[in-house]
Write a protein that binds this ligand. Structure first.
Ligand code: PLP
Length: 376
């Protein structure tokens, strides 16, 4: 049973079934001057327009990249200039933003990390203090990949632009898009990142929405594809899976949300009845797709391996990736060291069922009891 859907998802069967035909029709290099090359380019651009439409970004453009990690790098490194005064990111960012911010700090830029509240969202008071007139670039994620906490991006953008109307606001929407309502025009963001493999498309495909007023510099150089912003022969098949994944996720947004919310409810109700000692780091107002939880006294990595042996795959929450600064997010929320050490992440998808959740509860209970009985 797979409960690590925040790390990746299975490609939708409806998409897989179309791939052979799409490959036959559009495998040609979109840079080819023959008719089939031009047709492939038209098809790629149609997918791009579809993706833009699903993001509701009427006037902007979409840059197709090799991952959301690359989109986040392009958004930040591509908009930083020599004379950029200050950059703000949240303390809760995914490494693909956080480590770029650290790199810019190393290069001498003035970079601020906005702390999180105990609920895992950007602390609004701190943000308003740090968001001064000389901040030229902000990057704050929409939904936390660790806890599912949802930042009020529209409110943060509104405040940032009221202080500096020229500030560039980028948002990493990888865990938001296709799961909760996203409208980049309503959010008023300048750039927004999405990833195909988090919404049942294939791995290695990301899209960066860019508002019309934003001028980016490339970070990958070569043949000049993607308007010079991301050289490399275009991944037509992968981009098709993103466009289709966007379509399916958008069309079924409410249905999938309600289904996943019912899985989370069943899981939490079961836990409350289980007699296990646990602490939740995901709250009622969070995305239901992600549950961050600590089973007190159980080291996360050991518990994860024991569950794996019983056929249950869950995410390595913060503790296991501490070397990769994974625990900085819960630490920033003020979570105790013991809770961080026993933190795991359970993340659902539309493919999980209530029966699976009931089975998960049974296995989890037995495994935690077995673990604790061994160490006491
Ligand atoms: N941003 C967030 C919030 C994520 O959860 C992830 C993936 O874990 C990424 C960015 C990176 O996505 P990709 O695997 O497409 O590079």
């Amino acid at each position: 049973m797979f409960f690590d859907n925040a790390s990746t998802t299975k490609i939708d069967d409806e998409i897989i079934n179309q791939l052979s035909q799409i490959n036959n029709e559009y495998f040609y290099n979109p840079g080819g001057l023959y008719r089939s090359g031009r047709k492939s380019k038209d098809f790629l651009n149609k997918c791009r327009e579809d993706i833009k439409g699903f993001l509701n970004g009427e006037d902007g453009s979409v840059v197709l990249c090799g991952s959301a990690t690359e989109c986040n790098n392009l958004a930040i490194l591509g908009s930083v200039k020599k004379n950029t005064r200050k950059i703000l990111v949240s303390a809760g960012e995914h490494p693909s933003v956080y480590n770029v911010a650290l790199e810019l700090k190393n290069r001498g830029y003035d970079v601020g990390f906005v702390p999180l509240s105990s609920k895992g969202v950007v602390d609004y008071d701190s943000f308003t203090k740090m968001m001064t007139e000389d901040v030229d670039l902000v990057s704050i994620m929409h939904v936390s990949n660790e806890t599912g906490a949802i930042n009020n991006i529209a409110r943060l953008v509104e405040y940032a632009k009221s202080v500096n109307e020229n500030v560039i606001f980028h948002c990493d929407g990888v865990q938001a898009f296709g799961k909760i309502d996203v409208n980049v025009d309503d959010l008023n963001v300048d750039m927004y990142t999405i990833s195909a493999h988090k919404i049942h498309g294939c791995k290695g495909v990301g899209a960066l929405y860019v508002a019309p007023n934003i001028k980016l510099k490339p970070i990958v150089f070569g043949g000049g594809q993607e308007g010079g912003l991301r050289s490399g022969t275009e991944n037509i098949l992968g981009v098709f899976t993103l466009a289709e994944a966007c379509r399916l996720a958008t069309q079924n947004l409410n249905k999938n949300y309600d289904h996943v919310a019912s899985l989370k409810k069943c899981f939490l109700e079961g836990l409350n009845l289980s007699g296990l000692k646990f602490v939740l780091h995901s709250f009622g107002e969070n995305s239901p797709y992600i549950v961050s939880i600590s089973f007190m006294g159980c080291r996360a990595e050991t518990l994860l391996n024991m569950l794996d042996d019983k056929g249950v795959m869950i995410g390595n929450g913060s503790a296991c990736s501490s070397k990769n600064s994974g625990n900085r997010i819960l630490e920033n929320m003020g979570v105790s060291k013991q809770e961080i050490e026993s933190n795991i992440r359970i993340s659902f998808s539309k493919y999980n069922t209530i029966d699976e959740v009931k089975e998960l509860l049974k296995i989890l209970k037995n495994t935690v009891v077995e673990y604790l009985s061994k160490i006491t």
